[in-house]
Design a protein around this ligand. Structure first.
Ligand code: LLP
Length: 418
């Protein structure tokens, strides 16, 4: 459920006509709905209300500090994967006690930064990382709270690039090795073992992989208990999918009850790291038609947004609905919707049946709130687009469109070339 809807012929975000925003900020831009974010978050949070839990929004889905601030205001924690995300999370106002740090390649600097800020815990992804965290904590005279990210070797049945819980993936510590690593962790002076973590992939549309990996983790938790290693936090990562086209992912209530059924009698705090399920359908990308052309029977709609702004179709072959911002009687054609970047992989849709659009008209690329702007780049020296947040009948630019000056800000022509 989201608040992008037509009133008459016009697409609105909450109470604001999208066309009016485009007239003021220009195109392309990302547009987010506050009310949708809030609704998705509360639905997810309420689904777990019967058990002790902490929702750590997965920042990578969308790291705009205004978006992060919404989650702070809603009482959430945050899942980060870099020093940059830690920095942004702190600026946005997250309580360090609600920050979990995941990722296979945390650098010494990043570890130090997180230790100094006193984050809730590190999700440790290898025995080597565990040793480094212990060393850094020793140098800084801190104690590092850790969870081990266990790789349960479960197939999440999603796109291979976003599947993370298989043996062949780079993530986590193998199930077989985990016990040994826990025992090692217990011996380390500057480590406090407090949790177990797993994240098996993203855009999952069925419950069974979640439940199967949870069952495996439960076995491990019991084994750890026998060895008097006490697990207080069970972090189940993110991964719940959304509808882009005709997928039928489980509702958060179904997801939560499947989990709660497994763990209701365990004395644990559950951590969840949702990203896409909250942000995916809370944002869209608005773009303008620059040209249309026909090459011997093949139609192209060329728009002003490109793969550098939203890379999901190019990278994963992802489907995003595309619809006119102003509806009218139109012929339908089958066309590719493409951007201006010099790559054949620069497309938003291929062979899609779509209404015929005229130069200057606006299109909305739907379900672009997660992994949209956060994966954008400056390829082809294109300026990153603006981001706008609608709040009821008002809208706010939450990131200005980059300027040409921004493009060269950090670049230097050395004297020898002058
Ligand atoms: N926790 C960890 C440790 C993760 O690696 C991720 C996502 C999440 C939580 C959040 O997962 P979500 O709830 O959003 O599924 N760029 C890809 C998605 C990559 C996901 C990476 N990890 C895409 O556009 O589909």
């Amino acid at each position: 459920m989201h608040y992008f809807h037509y009133i008459g012929d016009e697409l609105y975000c909450e109470e604001v006509p999208v066309r009016e925003i485009a007239e003021e900020v220009g195109t392309p831009f990302y547009l987010y709905s506050y009310r949708t974010i809030e609704r998705h978050y509360k639905t997810f949070d309420n689904a777990f209300s019967s058990i002790r839990h902490l929702i750590c929004y997965s920042a990578k889905a969308n790291t705009n500090i205004a978006i992060l601030r919404i989650f702070v205001n809603l009482g959430a924690g945050v899942d980060i994967v870099s020093g940059g995300e830690l920095y942004k999370a702190l600026i946005a106002g997250f309580d360090p006690e609600k920050i979990v740090f995941s990722g296979v390649g945390k650098s010494d600097d990043e570890i130090d930064y997180a230790l100094k800020e006193g984050i809730l815990m590190f999700n440790v992804e290898s025995p080597a990382e565990l040793e480094v965290i212990n060393e850094r904590a020793d140098v800084l005279s801190r104690k590092a709270r850790v969870s081990l990210r266990v790789n349960p070797d479960i197939d999440p049945m999603t796109h291979p690039y976003i599947s993370t819980g298989l043996k062949k993936n780079k993530f986590g510590i193998s199930f077989r090795e985990a016990l040994k690593v826990y025992e090692r962790a217990r011996e380390l002076r500057n480590i406090e073992v407090c949790g177990i973590d797993c994240h098996i992939g993203s855009q999952l549309t069925s419950l069974s992989p979640f439940v199967d990996s949870l069952i495996r983790l439960k076995e491990l938790i019991w084994e750890l208990k026998e060895k008097e290693i006490n697990i207080r936090y069970l972090d189940l990562g993110g991964g719940l999918g959304i509808r882009y086209n005709d997928e039928n992912p489980p509702h958060p209530d179904e997801y939560a009850s499947a989990i709660i059924k497994e763990i209701y009698d365990m004395d644990l705090t559950i951590i969840l790291e949702p990203g896409r399920i909250i942000m995916g359908n809370s944002g869209i990308l608005i773009t303008k038609v620059l040209y249309t052309k026909e090459n011997e029977g093949k139609f192209f709609i060329i728009v002003d947004a490109a793969m550098n702004d939203l890379i999901r179709p190019s990278l994963y072959g992802s489907y995003h609905r595309i619809q006119p911002v102003v509806e009218k009687e139109r012929d339908k054609i089958v066309a590719d919707v493409v951007g201006p970047v010099c790559e054949s992989g620069d497309f938003f849709a291929r062979e899609r049946e779509i209404p015929w659009m005229e130069r200057g008209e606006l299109l909305a690329i739907m379900s672009a709130g997660a992994y949209g702007f956060s994966m954008s780049s400056n390829y082809n020296s294109r300026r990153k687009v603006a981001e706008v947040l609608v709040y009821g009948d008002r809208f706010f630019v939450i990131r200005k469109r980059e300027t040409y000056r921004n493009l060269i800000e950090n670049e230097i022509i050395p004297d020898v070339l002058k």
